[in-house]
Design a protein around this ligand. Sequence first.
Ligand code: NDP
Ligand code: 8X3
Length: 252
Amino acid sequence: MKIVLVTGATSGFGWATASKFVAQGNKVIITGRRQQRLQDFIQQHEHAKEKILPLCFDIQDKNATKNALNTMPEEWKHIQVLVNNAGLSRGLNEIQNGNFSDWEEMIDTNIKGLLYVSKIVVNFMIERNIEGHIINIGSTAGHEVYPKGNVYCATKHAVDALTKGMRLDLLQHNIKVSTVDPGMAETEFSVVRFHGDVEKAKKVYEGFEPLHAEDIADCILFIVNAPKHVNIAQILLMPAAQANTVTVKRQL
Ligand code: NDP
Ligand code: 8X3
């Protein structure tokens, strides 16, 4: 039994990952901004509700993040696994047409939010001599830049650099750092990217079978359940119909 913290567990990869960790008998801290979704998660996992701690906060907000994590009951601070999953894309525009608030939201969430959570949780691990494991959720967008993906891709390139930097810095503390880098997966991701335009979001996945949130969750659990002496540093996964960020075989 481990204590696992999954950011962005109110939807998509985070929900599926938290659910699988619960099913394996772990204690799971679930986070997100939507309180009702956190309650829905607990309701769906009623049988294990005493093993789930919901924390409702916005990871863009440094003080809210500090407050939520530092005021957790002491026994929950023995976090062995941190899944830095919360993140988003906003907009799909050429750089000259980009929107400042979209850019800020992506940078504040995908980079700064990940850093705020990581610093606090890493220090919990170090103070308690925990041989922890951090899994960052990157993307194919952290390997290749696609047209109009400019700032989102930049944030995922940053996540890739941070994964490598964390791995170097935390080696001395026996904390493993890994990354799971998915290609196209149908979650709320594109609905959020297109500011709630569900029809536009659906078109992204037309004519092929995208990844499911459970596929990503399976990769995360595979990494965490590897033997102690093994660090699976990176998993890059895509739908079978995808070859790179711009090449998808659609049957329309
Ligand atoms: P979803 O939109 O389904 O889930 C995103 C999660 O992040 C939600 O739980 C959301 O919770 C949380 N979140 C977003 N912003 C914040 C915030 N400011 N504070 C706290 N939580 C936040 O998308 P996915 O599951 O697809 O995405 C998860 C991660 O995977 C992201 O980092 C994304 O970039 C990445 N990714 C997605 C791919 C895809 O094709 N879907 C492919 C590759 C990577 P709430 O709204 O309740 O705050
Ligand atoms: C999400 C993958 O290609 O939809 O990180 O932007 S993509």
